[in-house]
Design a protein around this ligand. Structure first.
Ligand SMILES: CC(C)(COP(=O)(O)OP(=O)(O)OC[C@H]1O[C@@H](n2cnc3c(N)ncnc32)[C@H](O)[C@@H]1OP(=O)(O)O)[C@@H](O)C(=O)NCCC(=O)NCCS
Length: 182
C-alpha cells in the first residue's frame, strides 16, 4: 500500500523563489492547463509570488521533495502545488478560485494532487463568508477534471475553444463547489 501523501505547507514569501521554479516547470510542461504561458513575465517573476504569499487573500499549498523522500538540507524543491485566491470585489467576496494545480510528472499518481487541492479547499473553508470555490480546467487535462470531480466539484459550463495553442484549441470546463457550513 503506498504511503499516505504528506501534509501540504502554506507557502510564505521565503518560498517565492522555489515556487517560481515550479511555476516555470508547470508552464513549460503543461501550457494548455494554465492562463499564463512560459514566456509570460508575470507567470515567472518570483517577486510577484513574494507579494502574493504576504497577502492573506491568496494561498498556495505545496509539497516539497524532502517531505516524501527523506531529509535534504536547505530548501528542497517543490513538487506539487495548488493556489487559491479570494475574490476581492464586494459582490464576489463569497467566492474563491482555485488555480495553478500541478504535480511534477515524476511524482504523479501518489495522492499529491489530491493532497494539495484538499488543502486549498480547507483554506477556502477557513475564510469566513466564502461559500463557493470555483475553477476552470482544460478539456486537455482529463486527469485534473477527475481529481476535481472526486473531491466534489461539479461542472456547470463549458467554453468552446477557450484557449488557442497554435495547432490546437481546447474547451475550458468550469466547475464549482458549494461549501457546506455547519
Ligand atoms: C492533475 C494532476 C495535478 C494530478 O496529480 P496527481 O498527484 O497525479 O493526482 P493524485 O495521485 O492525487 O490522484 C487523485 C485522483 O485524480 C484522478 N487522476 C489523477 N491522475 C489520473 C490519471 N492519470 N488517470 C486517471 N485518473 C487520474 C483520479 O481520480 C485520482 O484518484 P485515484 O488515485 O483514487 O484514482 C497532475 O496530473 C498534473 O499536474 N497534470 C498537469 C497539470 C494540470 O493539468 N493541471 C490542472 C490545472 S486545472
Amino acid at each position: 500500500m503506498p504511503p499516505s501523501a504528506p501534509t501540504p505547507i502554506r507557502l510564505t514569501p521565503a518560498d517565492a523563489e522555489r515556487y517560481a521554479r515550479l511555476r516555470r516547470k508547470m508552464l513549460a510542461e503543461a501550457p494548455w492547463a494554465f492562463d499564463a504561458g512560459p514566456d509570460n513575465e508575470q507567470g515567472v517573476a518570483h517577486d510577484v509570488y513574494a507579494r502574493m504569499f504576504a497577502d492573506d487573500q491568496h494561498a498556495v499549498l505545496a509539497i516539497a521533495t524532502a517531505y516524501s523522500w527523506g531529509l535534504t538540507p536547505g530548501q528542497p524543491d517543490l513538487v506539487a502545488a495548488a493556489g487559491i485566491t479570494r475574490m476581492r470585489a464586494q459582490k464576489f467576496a463569497h467566492r474563491a478560485r482555485i488555480w495553478g494545480v500541478y504535480v511534477d510528472s515524476a511524482h504523479r499518481r501518489r495522492g499529491l494532487g489530491r493532497a494539495v487541492v484538499s488543502a486549498a479547499i480547507r483554506c477556502g473553508r477557513g475564510w469566513a463568508g466564502v461559500d463557493y470555490l470555483d475553477l476552470g480546467v482544460s478539456e486537455n487535462s482529463p486527469e485534473a477534471r477527475w481529481l476535481f470531480e472526486g473531491l466534489g466539484f461539479k461542472q456547470w459550463g463549458r467554453e468552446p475553444e477557450a484557449t488557442d495553442h497554435g495547432a490546437q484549441r481546447f474547451d475550458e470546463i468550469y466547475m464549482t463547489m458549494k461549501l457546506k457550513r455547519s
